[in-house]
Design a protein around this ligand. Structure first.
Ligand code: AMP
Length: 620
């Protein structure tokens, strides 16, 4: 077995390492350190918790122990994605270089440029920085990178996630081509591979198996949270989290709660505080001084619960964290390993509990694939054994118990999104016939049309929405009104023809009534009135499946009885009836002139009225 003594480290470094209590190098240290000391580029594929920080700091200190730094020209450069991680690397340097006379500067955001400038001006052996702040210094002309002999990129995959890759490329180009590069990443995404191919020279690839990072000393569990209602998921998750924390009792000395989103970090922290728990959030949007204060109080054991995002907590080395809670199942399975690696460090025992909603089970499956073992489902302290059921239900969707409702809901959700268009198109089909079928076959489709109208008016405007009338929709509404109108018009025309024939007969009997015959059109209002009555009646009659025959035969009789005594009404009827046809509404005013003619005619009518009146009953 390799020992630290075998690694040819500087004796001062060895002394510092011995004082930390490390007995043997970790696999990545044992493999990477010898190559690094030979001046080779190293591509380390390892995650946090593997001892990778020491795998580059120990050889760096050894190599930099010879030589001196020049003003504004650091001899080595370490890039880290976050301020916390950069600060942690700086702590490692302080620990391992305590017997080596090396100068060091930490360039991170949230700290005054002035103090950092002073350090750089004096010349530093090791410059530890986040990419953004480093480039800020460079652009201000306070820093030169052409003296960099060793460059380290730590957590490259996280740099990629945070959009730092262009900055990293730029920094690479600002450093000498002859530099030595030590490059670490937990995963090798295509973009990371491209960078290593471009900027690393014949690197030694050192890989630490993933499963080794899931410590056996960590007890893991998944607590299913199946919300009682879709919109209550987050709240019920928070309730469950509290219940889980309380259930751990005194075994929980401190814990990190991971959330997938920054927004949730704040919400969960506030919620826990509101319920009397000692919690504080940490994420990238918080002021640096606040982040540092919160982190320090957590490290010092003053703060019990740290609610964190992945980025903020990535790589944090807090030696004794008793519990890790995943408020959300991490979407990237590697993050699960990182998160739970915050507990159970250095052989200690730890517990990691993941809260999962049914929709997150696919992420759980990916994690179980990665760590190559199933994560046991544990009881939900809020609902007892029921909490276990959703996990089983994922395999057997028909399982009985509390779930049917929930299962049905989630099953409905998919077709709604997938079949958006098909679900709506049938609505345009004859509703009265489709709706009853939909009730039994596709309840979701039935719901949709009822939700669509946004106002009362909307329903009236759109024909198919008469579905809102339910079972009481009058039959006539299923008929084509144009057909009814045409039937009524046909009846009109027929009657016109009959009247004209009668008028002709009259004219033949009494030639002096010619003018009144010409006035027949003045009788149109009566016909129209009949038409109106017919239309209404036709609608009713048609509803009973009896059509225009009735209109023609019955109506004239009824009208005829009124006609003789009510001649003057003709004019009124004409005016009133015109609006029946809305398009002709304006034209309806013009016929008002006609009565003038009638007045002229009336004189004759009046003279002839007795005769006419005598005749009409005869017609009937
Ligand atoms: P890192 O992967 O660099 O974040 O290191 C993870 C943890 O392992 C840190 O707490 C280190 O102090 C610790 N560590 C590093 N090297 C060793 C070692 N050889 N033996 C025991 N612990 C170590």
């Amino acid at each position: 077995m390799t020992t630290f003594n075998d690694l040819q480290l500087d004796p001062k470094v060895l002394q510092a390492v011995t004082e930390t209590g490390y007995e043997t190098p970790t696999p990545i240290q044992a493999e990477a350190i010898p190559h690094a000391l030979q001046g080779r580029d190293v591509l380390g594929i390892a995650q946090t918790g593997t001892g990778k920080t020491a795998s580059f700091t120990l050889p760096m200190i050894t190599m930099l122990s010879k030589g001196r730094a020049r003003a504004r020209m650091p001899r080595s450069l370490v890039l880290a994605p976050t301020r916390e991680l950069a600060a942690q690397v700086a702590e490692n340097f302080e620990t391992y270089a305590k017997y080596s006379k090396l100068s060091m500067a930490l360039l991170i955001g949230g700290v005054s440029f002035k103090d950092q400038d002073k350090l750089i001006d004096r010349g530093v052996d090791v410059l530890i920085a986040t990419p953004g702040r480093l480039l800020d210094h460079f652009e201000r002309g306070k820093l030169m990178l052409n003296g960099v002999q060793i460059m380290v990129v730590d957590e490259a995959d996280r740099m990629l996630d945070m959009g730092f890759i262009p900055d990293i490329e730029r920094i690479f180009k600002l450093t000498p081509f002859t530099r030595q590069t030590l490059f670490f990443s937990a995963t090798m995404a295509p973009e990371i591979t491209r960078i290593t191919q471009e900027f690393l020279h014949n690197p030694v690839r050192v890989e630490v198996a993933r499963q080794a990072t899931t410590s056996e000393t960590i007890e893991q569990g998944v607590c299913m949270v199946t919300p009682s209602r879709k919109d209550r998921g987050p709240k019920e998750k928070r309730d469950t989290l509290r219940a889980l924390i309380e259930a751990e009792g005194d075994t929980l000395t401190n814990a990190i709660v991971f959330c997938n989103r920054k927004r949730d970090v704040d919400i969960v922290a506030k919620s826990l505080k509101k319920h009397g728990l000692d919690a504080a959030p940490i994420h990238g949007d918080l002021d640096q001084s606040l982040r540092t204060r919160i982190l320090t109080s957590f490290r010092d054991g003053e703060l019990k619960l740290l609610i964190a995002s992945d980025v903020a907590a990535r790589g944090l080395d807090i030696p004794s964290v008793s519990h890790v809670f995943n408020f959300d199942v991490p979407i990237h399975s590697e993050d699960y390993v990182h998160r739970i690696g915050r507990t159970g460090r250095a052989g200690r025992e730890g517990k990691a509990i993941t809260l999962a909603m049914p929709f997150e089970e696919k992420y759980l499956a990916a994690i179980e694939d990665l760590v190559k073992k199933p994560i046991p489902r544990i009881d939900n302290p809020r609902s007892g054994k029921a909490a276990e059921q959703p996990a089983r239900a994922a395999e057997t969707p028909d399982a009985a118990g509390e779930k049917p409702k929930r299962e049905r809901r989630s099953r409905n959700r998919k077709p709604r999104t997938q079949d958006k268009v098909p679900a709506e198109t049938p609505i345009e089909a004859p509703v009265a016939e489709k709706a009853p079928e939909a009730k039994s076959a596709e309840p979701v489709k039935r719901e949709r049309p009822q939700r669509q109208p946004r106002g009362r008016g909307g329903r009236r405007d759109n024909g198919p929405r008469v579905v809102g009338m339910g079972d009481h929709m009058p039959l006539f509404m299923t008929r084509d009104l144009r057909a009814l109108q045409e039937a009524a018009n046909a009846a009109d025309e027929k009657r016109d023809a009959e009247k004209a024939a009668k008028a002709a007969e009259k004219a033949a009997v009494a030639p002096e009534t010619e003018e009144s015959t010409e006035e027949v059109p003045a009788k149109k209002p009566r016909r129209r009135r009949v038409k109106k009555t017919e239309t209404v009646e036709a609608i009713e009659v048609l509803a009973d499946e009896a059509v225009s025959v009735v209109i023609e035969e019955v109506q004239p009789e009824a009208e005829a009885e009124e006609k003789p005594a009510k001649k003057p009404r003709k004019r009124r009827v004409k005016k009133v009836e015109e609006p029946e046809a809305p398009v002709e509404g304006e034209a309806a005013e013009e016929p008002v002139k006609k009565p003038r003619k009638r007045r002229v005619v009336k004189k004759k009518d009046t003279e002839e009225a007795p005769a006419a009146e005598q005749e009409k009953p005869a017609e009937d």
